[in-house]
Structures are given as C-alpha cells and as structure tokens.
Design a protein around this ligand. Structure first.
Ligand SMILES: [Zn+2]
Length: 407
C-alpha cells in the first residue's frame, strides 16, 4: 500500500526546524490586518499541526512585511520586487548572501574553474542576479556579471564570451533563449559552455534545440523559488526539467487541490514564509535521477486561467496546443479588453507558421471558451506571427498571457 507524500521532509527531519515556523506564527499573530485569523491556531509541533494553519497568499505576505519590516542580523537588508504583477513593486526582504550558503551545502553546479556569465538582469530590485552571484561567490569561480543587453549588443557580447571560453551561463529561460537564438543567427558557437543555470520560469524545451546547435556540451541546472521563499529546490541534468529536490531548510507541502505551499525552516529568514502559496500546483514524487527522498514536480500555475466574456480560458492548455505545431517555438495569449469586456483574443506566435488561418480555425473548433465566447464575432480571435512576445518591463518575465485595456 502506498500513501501519498504530502510533505518534503519526514516528521523527524522537520522537528527541529518547526521552531522557526512557531516563531513565524507569533509574528503573523501580531499583524493587525490579519485580525483573529491566527488567534485559534496552535503553535505547530507536528507536520499535521502545520498543515492545519491558514495558508498565506502573495498579498498576505506583503501586508505582513509592511507591518514587520524585518532587518538582517548580519550585513545589509536588501529589498527586492516580490509578488503581484500590477502597479507599484511589492517588496520582499533578504540579507546579504541571499540564503545561498544553505543551497550550496547541497547543490554545487559551479566549480572553481568555471567561467560563469551572470545574465540575469541586475537592478530594478530583481533578486535572481544577486542570488546567482552569491552562489558563484561560494563556488570560487570566475564571474562575468553581464546582466541584460539590448538586441544590437548580442553579437558583440557573444564574441567576447566565446573568446573568454565561458563554461557556464545563467538566466531566466526567456533570456537564455534570446542569447542562444542570437548566437545561432550570428553563427557563433560556445563549445566550452557546459552548464546552463536557470530560475524564474519553467524550462523551455526549445532551449535544447538551441543548445544542440550553439553549445552541444551544455546541460541544464535548474533552481525553483521566488523572491518570497528564495531558492526552495534545485535539479541536475539527470532530473526532469519540472522536478526539483527541495532543500532541508525549505518545507514543501502539497495542500488542497494540489496547491504547493512553502514554509521556511531557516532561522535567518526575513520574510514570514509560513504555508506560503506561490500559486503553483505540484506533487511530491520519486525523481528518476535516483536521488532518495521526495522531489517536487511542478505542474504549473493553477491561476493561469483568464476570464474571457465570463468564461475561463485555460491558457496553458491553449499554448501547449499551439506549441505542438511544427515551426512554432513559443506562443502567448493576448486578451484585449474594452470597458472590462474582452474585445479580442490574439494568439501571438514566435517562429514559423505557414498557415496561421488554418491554426486559427482549428483553435476555434477545439476550444470551447473561444468558440462560445466569440460565436457572433469569430474574426476577433486571431493567430499572429510576431517578432517578439510581450514581456513585463517590471519583472523581465514573459507570461503565458497578457491583458491589454483598449481605450
Ligand atoms: Zn533528481
């Protein structure tokens, strides 16, 4: 008989760390905006008691931080963009070092003889560049802190990186795709590149194709985390790209509806991360790489449903359908609204698509939400081949869908 694993740690392995969860609960109790939400909650002494606590959503964490204003015990307290996708940046905190020493104890993708290109954007309160720098620091490797570059600068920088015989590069998959696509276009190869570190988005299978052409020896090394939780888990080239091994100072729980929540067991943690939900769904499974203990398989965001004329459009399903088309490398859904009502749905496509209209007809026929919502104006559902998808200027990420208000 098998029991479904719902926690990444055993009762014994989590026991000591639960003291941190009890302290976080005390802090959350003192946040006036939460009222009596935590009043009846018993300090968790077991995993079952932890699972009985109310989960925290993104906005809750920001509410708590505004009240708590935590400060690092050693070094500086850094402010980073955290959560939310609209309006002014919400803020998360981290001490210098960004908790990477605990990650490095268990995961060492970089070694002393590596030449590592840090291609995560620096500035605008983004965290990934700095946590990657923290990891590189611990490994003692050589670092090229490149950050983001403009479209015209790629060939020149790629030539520089080839000359420097770089062995490792790190970035969000969207940014990495730009690097390798430009390398392919310019005919530049990076034969010494062996490691591709990534964090911030799901891995994009099309990257394997780019790597085969540009850097055939390169293998992926992924991290999973957020600016609220910091790095939760990581994987190796032998693990599936959607599966990560959680670290012992991060407690992962699979809750109602398969939603993941995270509890920090690190006493140095500044964000009050107690059953914090990122919106990702997942499960705890054995990893095919053979490493013992439960691994976290991330199944995507449960909130990736956009309302179109009162019907829920499952963006991930639609994109998976479109990205199965030969020649399509990536797609995005753009909903244009006027006065709060969906005026049109555009499926934006990167790559080559010889007959967009045939795909458009197929999507209308196969997608209940589209055919029903646009029954009277099907011409407002379009498929368009574009040069670039829409990125969020604030977070540097390219989401599966974007909503635009038309005036
Ligand atoms: Zn694995």
């Amino acid at each position: 008989m098998t029991t479904r694993t719902t926690f990444s740690l055993t009762e014994a392995a989590a026991a000591e760390g639960l003291a941190v969860a009890r302290r976080t609960l005390e802090l959350l109790r003192g946040v006036p905006e939460f009222g009596d939400r935590y009043a009846a909650a018993a300090p968790p002494g077991t995993l079952a008691e932890l699972a009985a606590l109310p989960p925290l959503a993104k906005d809750d964490l920001n509410t708590a931080l505004a009240h708590l204003e935590p400060a690092a015990e050693h070094g500086a307290t850094w402010l980073f963009q955290s959560g939310g996708s609209t309006g002014a940046p919400k803020v998360g905190y981290a001490p210098t070092g960004f908790y990477m020493a605990k990650v490095f104890e268990h995961w060492q993708p970089l070694e002393r003889d590596d030449v590592f290109v840090n291609a995560w954007g620096a500035g605008r309160m983004w965290g990934a560049h700095f946590l990657a720098a923290g990891l590189a620091d611990l490994s003692g490797c050589r670092v090229i802190a490149l950050g983001s570059v403009t479209a015209e600068e790629y060939p020149q920088w790629l030539g520089f990186l080839a000359d420097r015989k770089v062995t490792a590069i790190g970035g969000t998959p969207s940014v990495l795709r730009l690097w390798f696509a430009h390398a392919r276009a310019a005919g530049i190869e990076l034969p010494s590149l062996r490691k591709v570190l990534w964090l911030g988005e799901a891995w994009q299978p099309q990257l394997e194709e780019d790597l085969a052409a540009v850097a055939p020896k390169a293998r992926r090394h992924g991290m999973f985390g957020s600016t609220e939780t910091w790095v939760v888990g990581a994987n190796s080239p032998d693990c599936p790209a959607d599966t990560f091994h959680p670290f012992p100072h991060q407690l992962v729980h699979v809750g109602d509806g398969g939603l993941l929540d995270f509890t920090s067991l690190d006493p140095a943690m500044l964000n009050p991360v107690l059953r914090y939900r990122t919106g990702d769904a997942g499960e705890l499974v054995p990893c095919p790489c053979g490493r013992p203990g439960p691994a976290m398989r991330v199944l995507g965001r449960r909130d990736n449903v956009v309302q179109v004329r009162g019907l829920g459009l499952h963006v991930d399903e639609l994109l998976a359908r479109v990205e199965r088309e030969p020649g399509v490398t990536r797609a995005q859904v753009l909903v244009t609204e006027r006065g709060g009502r969906a005026e049109s749905v555009d499926v934006l496509v990167l790559g080559a698509l010889p007959d967009p209209d045939s795909l458009r007809r197929a999507l209308l026929a196969e997608t209940f939400t589209l055919s029903t919502a646009f029954v009277h104006d099907p011409e407002h559902v379009r498929v368009r081949v574009v040069d670039a998808l829409i990125s969020n200027d604030r977070t540097g990420k390219t989401a599966g869908f974007a909503v635009r208000e038309e005036l």
